[in-house]
Design a binder for this molecule. Sequence first.
Ligand SMILES: Cc1cc2nc3c(=O)[nH]c(=O)nc-3n(C[C@H](O)[C@H](O)[C@H](O)COP(=O)(O)OP(=O)(O)OC[C@H]3O[C@@H](n4cnc5c(N)ncnc54)[C@H](O)[C@@H]3O)c2cc1C
Length: 266
Amino acid sequence: MDVSKKDTIPVSLPIKEIVEETPLIKTFKFEYPLGSKPGQFVMMWIPGVDEKPMSTSYDNGKEFWLTVQKVGSATKELFKLKKGDLIGIRGPFGTHFLFEKGDHIATVGGGCGCAPMYFLTRAALKKGCKVEYIVSASHKDKFMFLEDLKRRDNVNVHVAEMGKHGHAIELLKEALSSNKINRIFTCSHELAMKQVSDIAHEAGIFCQLTLERYMKCGFGVCGQCCIDPLGICVCKQGPIFNNALVRQMTEFGKYFRDDVGRKIKF
Ligand SMILES: Cc1cc2nc3c(=O)[nH]c(=O)nc-3n(C[C@H](O)[C@H](O)[C@H](O)COP(=O)(O)OP(=O)(O)OC[C@H]3O[C@@H](n4cnc5c(N)ncnc54)[C@H](O)[C@@H]3O)c2cc1C
């Protein structure tokens, strides 16, 4: 296995800026040439607390952003940090979304899944793609980046009504029927992504999905995030997977494993 120093030893970075997107979500900005691509993630060490996987929500080669939702003990401690405080970063890790100039893309993001979808959209627009940006969230405090994207050319923002389960899927169907979409990318709740997978499969459209599984090392050594029945690691062969591969995963849309490997049903 090819393991480099950047995989195992965190760089210690001061927080350059903190943006409060909503009461539940903050973006932490760092001045550092991480060089991540949309869909990739880092392991973020909150000193004295824990190390957690986070997707980059933007990276221009000089600075990168992490957009985090406060959900539990580690993210709660992270939210207490201030500008200038130090964070440990390993990575970038994993696979990334694939797109080409001229593509017409539909993205389906839910909750904090909008963080990588935002970065993907910015990168795709820069490359000359058109984007139908579909978002859903269970609460208004979980929407982010909408005003920023609405100001940009070649992107249409479609917001699913709050609390209406499945509404993002209806918006995706509408976008597919009125546009020549040739790529679908998603990062959302797995049950929503299962529907996206089925729609893309039936329509014969190239699709990539983001799988979230409990991760410890980030580079394929510990085996914590192995997927049934293929045995591949989400941190290394993912987290961005082609739909064809996802459809061979018997656990997809059914269960995941917690920190000690117990199966938890969706
Ligand atoms: C590849 C990847 C990218 C992610 N990107 C983002 C992001 O951009 N923004 C964001 O807010 N969140 C992201 N997450 C989820 C984030 O890692 C968890 O919300 C965070 O670890 C929660 O930690 P906690 O201690 O605050 O909460 P806890 O109460 O410990 O956990 C809450 C839930 O978070 C999940 N979780 C906890 N620890 C891990 C772990 N080590 N690996 C995977 N899942 C875990 C579990 O499902 C758990 O039930 C990502 C997860 C993965 C796997």
